[in-house]
Design a binder for this molecule. Structure first.
Ligand SMILES: O=C(O)CCC(=O)C(=O)O
Length: 198
């Protein structure tokens, strides 16, 4: 099923809505990818899985105006990089909403990934809008509804995906592993925190 139109429009899903715009930042994508790969202070965080600590299968950086608590850990913010602030403003203009924080993820190769989750922290408010910009290698993004319904998209270089409405209550999303030979990908997921966290 084709999920996008030109110009892009919001698409209604079962209990949620999506904006999918594959060419949103096609012209800027190469230079954004190069600068962010080199200039973002990427960090290796740890997670606890089945009682054992291990490295998260990606590098990441939380940037913005306040700390962000998720998965039981608080991330202290790195100050806005000027380019990321510009991207936040561009994405905000499309979404007609401002964003005060962004989680940047660097998937170094196809074996880096993100597991099933919903972006449903209380600090994001009831029906948060989560706007995701992708740079670099195309990666499969999968969605599953609590009823079992599934959707998937290939998140390509320069694309914008926005999740909104009730999505974070009823759907989870993940970025599964692919072949190790896949190239690097940077993802920026912009969020609006309703109040600051310590
Ligand atoms: O890399 C992606 O596209 C997924 C990122 C994500 O799910 C998140 O940051 O919550």
């Amino acid at each position: 099923m084709q999920l996008w139109t030109d110009p892009p429009q919001w698409l209604a899903l079962n209990q949620g809505r999506l904006l999918w715009w594959p060419t949103a930042f096609a012209e800027e994508a190469d230079s954004w990818q190069q600068r962010l790969a080199a200039e973002v202070p990427w960090q290796q965080h740890r997670l606890t899985l089945f009682g054992r600590e291990r490295d998260e299968p990606r590098l990441s950086c939380w940037m913005g105006e306040g700390g962000y608590r998720y998965s039981g850990k608080t991330r202290l913010p790195v100050p806005w990089h000027p380019l990321v602030r510009d991207i936040a403003d561009r994405v905000g203009a499309i979404c007609e909403q401002s964003f005060n924080g962004v989680l940047l993820n660097l998937y170094r190769h196809g074996q880096d990934s993100m597991g099933w989750h919903a972006d449903n922290e209380a600090v994001l408010g009831v029906n948060p809008m989560i706007a995701s910009v992708s740079l670099g290698a195309s990666r499969r993004f999968v969605l599953r509804h609590s009823s079992g319904e599934r959707r998937q998209l290939m998140l390509s270089h320069g694309s914008l995906l926005v999740m909104a409405g009730e999505m974070q209550h009823h759907w989870q999303h993940a970025l599964p592993k692919m072949a190790a030979s896949e190239g690097a990908r940077i993802n920026l997921t912009f969020r609006l925190l309703k109040h600051s966290q310590p």
